[in-house]
Design a protein around this ligand. Structure first.
Ligand code: MN
Length: 177
C-alpha cells in the first residue's frame, strides 16, 4: 500500500478525512469504470486537487490554478501523496492545526478512461498520461505530462484539442473565497 505518506501527515483523531483503513469494495465486473475527482481546497492557498482512481488508491496532483477546458492553458500540477479511495467524496472542513487545514468541496467528479488501450500505471511511470474524462464540468481528452527537469514531481495538466475544448474557459469556484 502506498498510503504511508498520507497517513503520516495526518492525525485521524483530529481530522474528519478518511484514514483509508476501510477496504474498498471490489467491483465484480471487469470493465469497472475508474473514477476521478477534483476537490476545491481552501487551504493556506486555494488550489484544486485532481485525483484519479488507479491501482486501489487515488493518484493525486495539487493544481494551483485548477484544471481548464482551454487547451491553451498549461496548468501546473504537483504530484502529491496517494490518497485512499474513500477520499473521493470527502467534503467539509479540515480543522485548524491539521495538515491542509481549510474547506474542501467536490468541484467535479466523474469517470475516466485511457485514451489508448494500455495500463494507466505504466503511462504514469513513463510520465505521460493521456486520459478521457467523463464529468459535467470536465469532458474529453486531458494530458498529464511530467516535467523532466523539475525538482518536485511537477506535471502539466492540459486539455486535449477535441470537440469539448473551450477557448477562453474560466474556472468558477464552488465556495466563496
Ligand atoms: Mn489539497
Amino acid at each position: 500500500m502506498s498510503l504511508e505518506t498520507y497517513r503520516k501527515k495526518r492525525n485521524f483523531d483530529k481530522t474528519r478525512e478518511p484514514s483509508g483503513d476501510r477496504k474498498p469494495a471490489r467491483s465484480k465486473t471487469r470493465a469497472k469504470k475508474l473514477r476521478f475527482v477534483v476537490q476545491e481546497h481552501h487551504a493556506s492557498r486555494l488550489h484544486f486537487d485532481f485525483r484519479l482512481e488507479m491501482d486501489g488508491v487515488l493518484k493525486s496532483w495539487a493544481v494551483p490554478k485548477g484544471p481548464s477546458m482551454d487547451p491553451a492553458d498549461k496548468r501546473l500540477a504537483v504530484m502529491v501523496e496517494d490518497h485512499p479511495l474513500d477520499y473521493i467524496d470527502f467534503e467539509g472542513e479540515i480543522e485548524e492545526g491539521n495538515y491542509g487545514a481549510g474547506r474542501v468541496a467536490v468541484w467535479s467528479h466523474g469517470t475516466y478512461e485511457l485514451k489508448e488501450p494500455g495500463e494507466a500505471v505504466q503511462q504514469l511511470e513513463a510520465g505521460k498520461l493521456e486520459i478521457v474524462l467523463h464529468g459535467r464540468k470536465l469532458k474529453g481528452e486531458f494530458n498529464l505530462i511530467k516535467l523532466q527537469r523539475a525538482e518536485d514531481d511537477e506535471w502539466l495538466l492540459i486539455k486535449g484539442n477535441d470537440e469539448f475544448a473551450e477557448p477562453g474557459w474560466k474556472l468558477k469556484t464552488m465556495l466563496k473565497q
